[in-house]
Write a protein that binds this ligand. Structure first.
Ligand SMILES: NC(=O)c1ccc[n+]([C@@H]2O[C@H](COP(=O)([O-])OP(=O)(O)OC[C@H]3O[C@@H](n4cnc5c(N)ncnc54)[C@H](OP(=O)(O)O)[C@@H]3O)[C@@H](O)[C@H]2O)c1
Length: 300
């Protein structure tokens, strides 16, 4: 299928962007924030236009485009399925990310690659900085770490942005699940995993700021809506904001049947480096969650 840009640049100085995984939770937020800007020329590619499982297609499609930045939001994100389809996980999250990064380098373009808090084992017991040693405990986490490493090995000017526990308008996520379960009167929520719920719309805003920085260095950077919480406390905040009187029942991850992958106990991220680089403050997840629920008409 021919790939056409969403918007034509107003001038030669316009930035040309390719967004992969454009239909995903994060990709759709980023597309919404970037497409339609007359100073940007945006190609939004979904899986139908560019299947990362097909290296020849990846080469051909990207060779046919001229761009300054490539934003990779595409990934195999089904954490439990990755344990079963490990070859596919390593291909999409690891090697394809590396292939895309090498193509970008050869074209003189920079790549922004999204990675995950699941590159950590969760044993630190406090929020992870970019300096902390990685030690993934699932195939998903390992495959994403391979992706990060291949991207940065292709060109030190590329950037891997680690994010965590995403929610947003693009796809139903944890807040939507909690509201649905609460409506049925039955809500059991995991209370032994800690992380930072992060709003995809905020990530899009933060990304925009990064792209506007005159001298953006490559490497790894964390972004999230601080501070750490459990899924249980996160659910209680959703219930409070939606005016629900349902009392959730705390459970442990072990109580959930059918999970294949291990999850870190505490994979909270520390966004201090990003805040220093960007001059922005990452608002608390409670504020971001309230904005999301009210934008979707479910806050009371
Ligand atoms: N969601 C989270 O809580 C979370 C947490 C930490 C990090 N991350 C990272 O953040 C990034 C975005 O995640 P997300 O939540 O937006 O994921 P998502 O909603 O699952 O979106 C991923 C996108 O990748 C596309 N994709 C999957 N396989 C592909 C393939 N073979 N070729 C091309 N595209 C393919 C999907 O296409 P379809 O639309 O066809 O399915 C989808 O649009 C990922 O790198 C993920 O690892 C996410």
């Amino acid at each position: 299928m021919p790939v056409r840009p969403d918007s034509i640049p107003a001038s030669r100085a316009a930035q040309r962007l390719v967004i992969l995984g454009a239909n995903g939770l994060l990709g759709s937020s980023i597309v919404r924030h970037f497409a339609g800007d007359p100073h940007l020329q945006v190609w939004r590619l979904d899986r139908n236009q560019l299947n990362l499982a097909d290296p020849l297609l990846v080469d051909e499609t990207l060779a046919s485009l001229e761009f300054d930045w490539l934003i990779n939001c595409a990934a195999y994100t089904a954490v439990d399925d990755c344990e079963i389809q490990s070859g596919h996980a390593y291909l999409i999250n690891g090697h394809a990310a590396g292939q895309v990064a090498r193509i970008c380098s050869a074209k003189g373009a920079r790549m922004i690659h999204f990675s995950t808090d699941y590159v950590f084992d969760g044993a630190k017991g406090a929020a992870y900085t970019e300096e902390d040693p990685v030690n993934p405990i699932s195939i998903y986490g390992r495959s994403k770490l391979i992706g990060e490493r291949q991207v940065l090995a292709a060109d030190p000017k590329h950037l891997a942005i680690r994010i965590s526990w995403l929610f947003g308008p693009g796809r139903p996520g944890f807040p939507e699940w909690v509201v649905r379960q609460a409506a049925s009167g039955q809500l059991k929520v995991v209370n032994d995993k800690v992380g930072c719920p992060t709003y995809s719309e905020d990530v899009a805003v933060w990304l925009r700021r990064l792209l506007a920085l005159p001298r953006l260095a490559g490497g790894v950077v964390n972004v999230c809506n601080p501070t750490a919480t459990t899924w249980f406390e996160y659910a209680r905040e959703i219930l409070r904001l939606t005016g629900s009187t349902v009392e959730p029942q705390p459970i442990t991850m072990r109580d959930l049947p059918g999970l294949q992958a291990a999850r870190p106990d505490n994979s909270a991220l520390d966004p201090a480096l990003f805040e220093t680089l960007s001059g922005l403050r990452c608002r608390p997840w409670q504020e971001a969650l309230a904005a999301h629920l009210s934008a979707n008409g479910v806050a009371s």
